[in-house]
Design a protein around this ligand. Structure first.
Ligand SMILES: [Zn+2]
Length: 164
């Protein structure tokens, strides 16, 4: 293993440990795990329940070298996007989560979407635009905001529910 990769793994180890804590709890409560492309993935059980209760209801979430997903299908769909975050964690290490939150606050203060306009998400969606949307929240254009009616979730919309 190249020394730089080993250093990156150590640099973000606290984030990975946090992800493993959620993942192991998920395993104890009906979840599953797998190892793909050098990353531990956990899905289902408690992990799915936690993701469902997060503000933007993501289908997957990266913590260091772990990816938490609602189910195996969601992980397959989100894997490329989440691996951009893995590389971001390797660069930012323990500062990734605070930096992510600070950027979310800053873009919100500028009237933009805290998720889609966060530079970390912009980077991931720029590299893999086909992974949109990975959450149930409405997307917001930074150039021309959508009218309120067009982003409202219709009742009984099965298509939207597939991405929650
Ligand atoms: Zn993302």
């Amino acid at each position: 293993m190249p020394y730089l990769k080993l250093l990156a793994i150590c640099w973000t180890l606290p984030n990975t440990a946090l992800g493993c804590c959620f993942g192991i709890l998920g395993l104890c409560l009906g979840g599953q795990s797998q190892f793909k492309r050098g990353v531990l993935e956990y899905h289902g059980g408690l992990v799915a329940w936690i993701l469902n209760w997060l503000p933007n209801q993501p289908i997957a979430l990266t913590l260091g070298h772990t990816i938490l997903g609602r189910d195996a299908h969601g992980l397959d769909r989100a894997r490329d996007h989440e691996h951009v975050h893995v590389r971001q964690y390797e660069r930012w290490g323990i500062f990734f989560i605070p930096a992510y939150l600070v950027f979310s606050v800053l873009v919100t203060l500028r009237g933009k979407n805290p998720y889609y306009d966060n530079p970390f998400e912009v980077d991931a969606y720029t590299q893999f635009p086909s992974t949109r949307p990975l959450t149930g929240i409405p997307q917001r254009s930074t150039l021309s905001p959508l009218p309120k009616e067009s982003v409202a979730k219709p009742k009984n919309d099965q298509t939207q529910q597939n991405f929650h």
